[in-house]
Write a protein that binds this ligand. Structure first.
Ligand code: FES
Length: 97
C-alpha cells in the first residue's frame, strides 16, 4: 500500500483493490482498512471525521466502527466490509479478510 512514514496518525487515504475502493486510516497509531463506501447510500467514507474509533459519513452522519466495520449510528444499519492491514518493515499492506 505504501510506506508507514507517509501515513502519520490521523491520515486517511483510499487505495484500489480488485476494483474496490478501500479506505485506510491511521487512528492512534493503528491502521484500519474498510470499504470506502457508506452502506447507507453509496457515499465515500474518505475524509470523514474520526472520533472514538468511529468514522462519520459526511453525507448524513452515519458512524462506523473502524475495528469492526459495524454501523454504530443511523441512518446506516449494515456494516462496511473490513480489510486486513499489516505493517512489515515500515510498509503498510492491505489485503482481503
Ligand atoms: S450516505 Fe452515508 S449516512 Fe447516508
Amino acid at each position: 500500500m505504501g510506506p508507514e512514514a507517509e501515513m502519520p496518525e490521523g491520515h486517511q487515504t483510499a487505495v484500489e483493490m480488485d476494483g474496490i475502493s478501500v479506505l485506510v486510516v491511521n487512528y492512534e497509531g493503528v491502521f484500519y482498512a474498510l470499504r470506502n463506501n457508506c452502506t447507507h447510500q453509496d457515499y465515500p467514507l474518505l475524509g470523514g471525521e474520526v472520533q472514538m474509533g468511529r468514522i462519520t459519513c459526511q453525507k448524513h452522519g452515519a458512524k462506523f466502527e473502524l475495528a469492526t466495520g459495524k454501523a454504530k449510528s443511523l441512518p446506516a444499519v449494515k456494516p462496511v466490509r473490513l480489510f486486513r492491514t499489516e505493517v512489515e518493515d515500515g510498509v503498510v499492506y492491505v489485503s482481503p479478510l
